[in-house]
Design a protein around this ligand. Structure first.
Ligand code: FAD
Length: 505
C-alpha cells in the first residue's frame, strides 16, 4: 500500500461521520474497506494514490445478536463481522440457521464481500443484503428500506424494498458512501442437503452441460450455484489434500507419492470439466430433483451424490482399507474432498488458501497473511450470456490467449441464478518473481481486452482494471458521476472505484 496516506480504524458510525467531514474539509479522500481482503481484485489498495484507508474491521457487532431466531432469520451486521464470527454465533444461538458462505477466508467480511458483489455457494451476496445504513460523502447518515422508519419499527428488518425508489444498488460497487451496517438474510437449513459432483465425459459437450445446468436452475431444481471447473481448477483444488493424506496416512514419498497423487486425481478429477451443485429440501423434494438431474444429464456426464453423512462414513471406511492399493485413491480423494464439502454446506474455512499456499511451498501460512505470501492471484471475472455454445467458444478463445502467454487458466463457470452466468478465471503467479508478475498482468490485460472485444464486460473489476472499464463506456460513467455529485460532492469516497474521477475519464 505504497500510495496510501494513512490507515484509520473507526469504531462507530459517529467516528465514520467525523472522518468524512474531515475529508471534506481537507479534500483528502478516503478508501473504505471492511476487512480489506479483496485478494485477486486489488486487496485494500485504493485505485488512486493519496487516500486514507478506512479500515472498518473494528466495527464488528451483530447488532441484533439476541433477536436472531428461525422465525427472524436476519442478522443486522456491521462491516467488521466476519464469516467465522457469524457462523460461530449461529452455531451457538440458532443452529438451524445458516448463511451464504463464500470460498474465501473465514476471516473475510460478510458485508465487504457483498458490497463488491461477491458470490457465495448459494448465489450472489447482493441478493442477501438490504436496509443499509450509510454515511454519505456529504456526512449525512441514511438508512434504506424501512429502516428509515427507525430501528424500532416492526418493519425495520423486513420488507427489503421499502417504499419508493430503491437507492441500495448505489452502494454495491459504488462509491457514494461508507456502509456502516445492513440487514443480511439467513437461510433455514433443510432436512436433506446434498452435493452432486458432475463429471463431463467429452470436453466438446461443455456447452450442452452448461445449457442443461441453466435449465435445471431455471426450473428451480438446484439449490446452490452450479460451479463448473476445468481440469486445472479441479486438480489445483484437490492436489494439496491428496498429497497430505498420502504422505501422512500412507507414508508415501518421492516418486511413489507423485504416482499416488496422479492416480487419485485420475479417479476423483479425471473429467475435462467437473460440475458441483447442491440440492436441498425434504427427502421427497431432493429425491425427485436428483432423478431429474440424472435424467437430463444422462449420457453427457457422470453424476455422483455426496451427503455429508455418507462422505464421513465412506471416508472412515476407505481410510481403514487404505492399505489396499485400489482403495487408496478413493481414501485420499474422500479425505481431500471432505473439507470442501463442509464449505459448500455452509461452514466457512481457509481451505482455498491452504491449497493455494501449498502450490507455492508455503503450507501452514494463515490465510490472513495472504499479502505476505508468494502467491499472486489475478481474477478475470466476465459476465456471460446464458448460452452454452457461446460460452464454450469464448472459453476456448481465452485459453488460446493464455497459451500464447504461457499461462494456465484456472476456470470456473458459475450458473449463479436463473438469470446469470459468470466466469471466475484465476491467473496464478509467483509474486517474488518480477518477470512472472509482469507476464501475468500482461496476460490478464490481454484476456480483458478479449472480453470487451466479444461485447462482454467483467461483473467485478480489479482496481487495476478500472481505467479500461471506464474508458469502454464514458457516457455511462459520466452519468454516474452526476449522481455522485449529489451524494459525494467533493469526491472524497473511493475516487476512481467504479467511477470516473473528477475532471478525468
Ligand atoms: C483463494 C481465494 C478464494 C476466493 N473466493 C471467493 C469467493 O468464493 N467468492 C467471492 O466473492 N470472492 C472470493 N475471493 C475474493 C475475496 O477474497 C473475497 O471477495 C473477500 O470476501 C473480499 O474481501 P473482504 O470481505 O475483506 O472485503 P473488503 O476488501 O473489505 O471489501 C471489498 C470492497 O468493497 C468495498 N467496500 C468494502 N466495505 C465497504 C463499506 N463498508 N462501505 C463502502 N464500500 C465498501 C471496497 O471497494 C472494498 O475494496 C477469493 C479470493 C481468493 C484469493
Amino acid at each position: 500500500m505504497d500510495d496510501v496516506k494513512a490507515v484509520v480504524r473507526p469504531r462507530s458510525v459517529q467516528d465514520v461521520v467525523a472522518l468524512v467531514r474531515h475529508a471534506r474539509a481537507t479534500r483528502l479522500p478516503l478508501y473504505p474497506v471492511s476487512t480489506g481482503m479483496n485478494w485477486g481484485y486489488g486487496g485494500s489498495n485504493p485505485v488512486r494514490p493519496g487516500c486514507t484507508v478506512v479500515d472498518l474491521s473494528a466495527m464488528d457487532r451483530i447488532r441484533n445478536a439476541a433477536d436472531i431466531t428461525p422465525r427472524h432469520p436476519v442478522a443486522l451486521i456491521e462491516p467488521g463481522v466476519t464469516q467465522a464470527q457469524l457462523h460461530r454465533h449461529l452455531q451457538a444461538q440458532a443452529p438451524t440457521l445458516a448463511f451464504n458462505v463464500t470460498g474465501s477466508a473465514a476471516s473475510t467480511s460478510v458485508l465487504g464481500n457483498a458490497l463488491d458483489r461477491g458470490v457465495g455457494y448459494a448465489g450472489p451476496r447482493v441478493d442477501d443484503v438490504f436496509a443499509l445504513e450509510v454515511v454519505l460523502g456529504t456526512g449525512d447518515v441514511i438508512r434504506t428500506g424501512f429502516r428509515r422508519l427507525g430501528e424500532t419499527s416492526p418493519l425495520a428488518q423486513s420488507h427489503p424494498h421499502g417504499l419508493g425508489p430503491i437507492p441500495d444498488g448505489l452502494f454495491f460497487q459504488g462509491n457514494f458512501g461508507i456502509v456502516t451496517s445492513a440487514c443480511f438474510r439467513l437461510m433455514r437449513k433443510r432436512p436433506v442437503e446434498m452435493a452432486l459432483s458432475i463429471g463431463l465425459h467429452d470436453e466438446a459437450r461443455l456447452g450442452d452441460l452448461l445449457d442443461g445446468l441453466i435449465d435445471l436452475k431455471r426450473d428451480g431444481l438446484l439449490s446452490s450455484v452450479a460451479h463448473v471447473g476445468n481440469a486445472a481448477r479441479a486438480r489445483a483444488t484437490l492436489r494439496a489434500g491428496l498429497t497430505q493424506y498420502l504422505q501422512q496416512r500412507c507414508a508415501l514419498a518421492g516418486a511413489a507419492l507423485e504416482q499416488g497423487v496422479d492416480s487419485a486425481l485420475a479417479v476423483v478429477a479425471g473429467s475435462p470439466w467437473t460440475g458441483l451443485v447442491g440440492l436441498s429440501g425434504d427427502r421427497a423434494q431432493v429425491r425427485s430433483a436428483l432423478s431429474e438431474v440424472r435424467r437430463r444429464l444422462r449420457g453427457m456426464a457422470q453424476v455422483r451424490t455426496f451427503s455429508h453423512g455418507f462422505m464421513t462414513l465412506a471416508s472412515g471406511v476407505a481410510d481403514r482399507l487404505r492399505g489396499l492399493p485400489w482403495v487408496r485413491p478413493y481414501a485420499a480423494g474422500l479425505a481431500a474432498a471432505l473439507p470442501l464439502q463442509s464449505l459448500a454446506l455452509g461452514t466457512p474455512t481457509d481451505i482455498a488458501f491452504d491449497n493455494l499456499f501449498w502450490l507455492y511451498g508455503q503450507q501452514g501460512l494463515p490465510a490472513a497473511d495472504y499479502e505476505r505470501s508468494r502467491c499472486g492471484v489475478l481474477f478475470i471475472s466476465p459476465a456471460l450470456p446464458m448460452d452454452g455454445r457461446f460460452v464454450q467458444q469464448f472459453v476456448s478463445e481465452l485459453q488460446q490467449i493464455a497459451d500464447r502467454h504461457g499461462h494456465t487458466l484456472f476456470i470456473t463457470l458459475n450458473v449463479e441464478t436463473a438469470h446469470s452466468l459468470v466466469g471466475v478465471i484465476n491467473l496464478l503467479f509467483d509474486r517474488d518473481d518480477p518477470s512472472a508478475t509482469r507476464r501475468a498482468h500482461d496476460c490478464a490485460h490481454a484476456l480483458h481486452i478479449h472480453v470487451q472485444a466479444c461485447g462482454l464486460e467483467v461483473y467485478r473489476a480489479r482496481t487495476d482494471q478500472m481505467q479500461a472499464v471506464i474508458t469502454r463506456s464514458p457516457e455511462h460513467w459520466s452519468l454516474m458521476r452526476r449522481l455522485k455529485d449529489a451524494w459525494d460532492p467533493d469526491g472524497v469516497i473511493a475516487p476512481g472505484r467504479y467511477s470516473a474521477v473528477e475532471g478525468g475519464s
